[in-house]
Write a protein that binds this ligand. Structure first.
Ligand SMILES: NC(=O)c1ccc[n+]([C@@H]2O[C@H](COP(=O)([O-])OP(=O)(O)OC[C@H]3O[C@@H](n4cnc5c(N)ncnc54)[C@H](O)[C@@H]3O)[C@@H](O)[C@H]2O)c1
Length: 391
């Protein structure tokens, strides 16, 4: 069993859930992170005797000597973690999400690390013609973010790394509470809009399929891989999620709405955007080979997020710290010149341009009018279908 683990990006949304879980399981954990979102996400464990924090940039590995020595495993999460933040600076994305990933793996193998687990994404399936995709399916990544994930997977598997197993985890889109909360992920965002605006906006037409997994379940999947026999994970790719939580985005909005019946939330499909990605994912491999099952309940998690917003536990939901691209643009503006921000933070993956902003403005005005006239009613057949799907 690997007991000394380096977690890059360990102060991020997933990392700050994973690190306490690793400590609870008895691991010695070193976090290597540029702290784009500060060190607060690790506040609860920062003084833990088995935790070490290295503030560093994975594009400058040469300036950090020896941090890989003695590590049994590397969990590589550090990255620009969504489409808009990658689009902000494509050259830097190439360095952070691709070059630094392969360089880290090369150095890890040289330092005698036995396991390297890479945080990839189901977004590599992209705009996929297959009704259901599995690890053998062709990849059709659309965004720069997804293309770099796919390229990094391929480069890692091509790496000569004797003695080090390499595993790629294609994670579904995460949701749930984390010490580094994100409201630029679809479910978290829908809940936030439901609570703060009494409205959920569906982008991309709503028919596109996406898989989801709770952040705590995803963290558990990494621990499962640390403890699995090497032969089961070496040069293997796993989809991380659950067959039960593949949703069409339009239906997902109704699931969120139904989980919060007291809020009287309206669901609106915003027209005119060009999100072409759709993938319904098969998660049987990770269950059959590693025995991993996602356990968190979506409805309970929606209520938990809503309560945390309502009782003020998360603070001001419009704070840029909750939105990866806004935080990066803020830092970039402070650093040098100005960085162009997408107009809306409505969805992790959606196109976010002026036309869409205008559409949303129109929709919001119409909703306000409808609400006044109490005209907005949910079709009964749709609610039944969503409840069934949610089970
Ligand atoms: N959140 C999701 O839904 C999701 C889904 C699939 C895959 N992933 C992948 O999982 C990983 C973690 O995602 P997350 O949601 O926790 O993202 P996040 O943005 O919350 O965390 C990323 C962390 O990486 C750090 N980081 C960024 N650039 C760095 C650099 N150059 N050097 C060192 N540290 C750096 C940041 O400071 C941050 O703490 C990412 O690779 C992401 O692409 C996430």
């Amino acid at each position: 069993m690997s007991k000394r683990v380096l977690v890059t990006g360990g102060a991020g949304y997933l990392g700050s859930v994973l690190v306490p879980q690793l400590l609870d399981e008895g691991y010695e954990v070193t976090v290597f992170d540029r702290l784009l979102f500060g060190r607060e996400p690790l506040a609860a464990v920062i003084d833990h005797p088995r935790l070490k924090l290295i503030e560093g940039d994975i594009t400058k590995l040469a300036s950090h000597n020896g941090f890989l020595e003695g590590m049994d495993a590397v969990i590589h999460l550090a990255a620009f973690s969504n489409d808009p933040s990658c689009d902000l600076k494509p050259e830097l994305t190439q360095r952070v999400n691709f070059e630094a990933t392969t360089e880290l793996a090369r150095r890890a193998a040289r330092a005698g690390v036995r396991r390297f687990i890479y945080a990839s994404s189901c977004s590599v399936y992209g705009s996929n013609p297959s009704p259901v995709v599995d690890e053998q399916s062709e990849l059709h990544p659309v965004s720069l973010y997804a293309k770099k994930k796919a390229e990094a997977e391929a480069a890692l598997f091509a790496l000569p790394a004797p003695g080090m197993s390499i595993t790629a985890f294609r994670m579904a889109t995460l949701y749930g509470i984390s010490p580094r909360m994100r409201f630029d992920l679809a479910i978290n965002l829908m809940v936030m809009n439901a609570v703060t605006r009494r409205a959920i906006y569906v982008l991309g037409g709503g028919h596109q399929w996406r898989p989801f997994v709770h952040v705590a379940d995803a963290a558990q999947a990494y621990i499962t891989a640390l403890e699995a026999p090497t032969k089961d994970i070496d040069r293997e790719t796993f989809n991380v999620g659950s067959d039960n939580t593949n949703y069409q985005i339009g239906d997902l909005a109704w699931v969120v709405r139904d989980a919060l019946p007291n809020l009287d939330v309206t669901v609106t499909t915003v027209p005119d955007n060009d999100d072409k990605r759709s993938y319904r994912v098969d998660f049987s491999k990770i269950q059959e080979k590693l025995g991993f099952t996602a356990r968190c309940d979506l409805q309970d998690s929606i209520v938990e997020i809503a309560r945390a917003i309502q009782n003020g536990r998360l603070g001001d939901c419009s704070d840029t710290k909750f939105y990866t691209v806004k935080r990066m643009a803020d830092r970039s503006r402070r650093g040098r010149g100005s960085a162009r921000l997408p107009a809306l933070g409505l969805d992790d993956h959606g196109p976010q341009d002026q036309a869409l902003r205008a559409d949303v403005g129109r929709v919001r005005r119409r909703q306000a009018r409808d609400r006044r006239q109490q005209l907005h009613r949910r079709p009964a057949h749709r609610a039944r279908r969503c409840r069934h799907q949610a089970r």
